[in-house]
Ligand binder design. Structure first.
Ligand code: NI
Length: 168
């Protein structure tokens, strides 16, 4: 296993490209998935998509603390509700912003044995699923941020200040 280089938004156009579906899970792609998990855990992330490590394939990995989920060729088949909250991305280090997304998402994908399965989730899991699948079409969460992008370290106080100002 190996740690992979996480590509940064604004420095690498690979993040803006559309990924190709996986037709066959080659040994190389299996290793990629293992390395993506290792890279995500090392960076304290809850999700990572293949373009974030420079590979234009429809693969993402997620672990929100409930166990690893591998998604190959994922498709969103249902969403509902709404949640508004903080989002961040390993490709936009040190930043966070407020994003509104569906509160529930149901996704169809292939697992690491290329078998179809359904994964669904609410709140953080829905957010992670939709954020990672966006990456496969070249979309970054900053496109959806309401207001400004904050520094993670000063978010709490800055956000409070902005809210107070908005109310005046
Ligand atoms: Ni991301």
């Amino acid at each position: 296993m190996a740690l992979l280089e996480i590509r940064e938004y604004g420095k690498d156009d690979v993040l803006l490209k559309t990924c190709k579906p996986v037709k066959e899970l080659t040994p190389r792609l299996k290793t990629l998935i293992e390395d993506m998990f290792e890279t995500m855990y090392d960076a304290d992330g809850v999700g990572l998509a293949a373009p974030q490590v420079g590979v234009l394939r429809r693969i993402c990995v997620i672990d929100i603390g409930e166990g690893p989920v591998t998604l190959i060729n994922p498709e969103v088949i249902e969403t509902s509700g709404e949640q508004t909250g903080n989002e961040g991305c390993l490709s936009v280090p040190g930043k966070t912003g407020i994003v509104t997304r569906p509160n529930y998402a149901k996704v169809k994908a292939l697992n690491e044995n290329m078998e179809e399965f359904i994964v669904e989730g609410e709140e953080l899991m829905a957010r992670a699923l939709l954020h990672e699948i966006d990456h496969l079409d070249g979309h970054i969460y900053t496109e959806k941020v309401e207001g400004k992008l904050y520094d993670v370290d000063t978010f709490a106080e800055e956000y409070e200040k902005d809210q107070e100002q908005a109310q005046q």
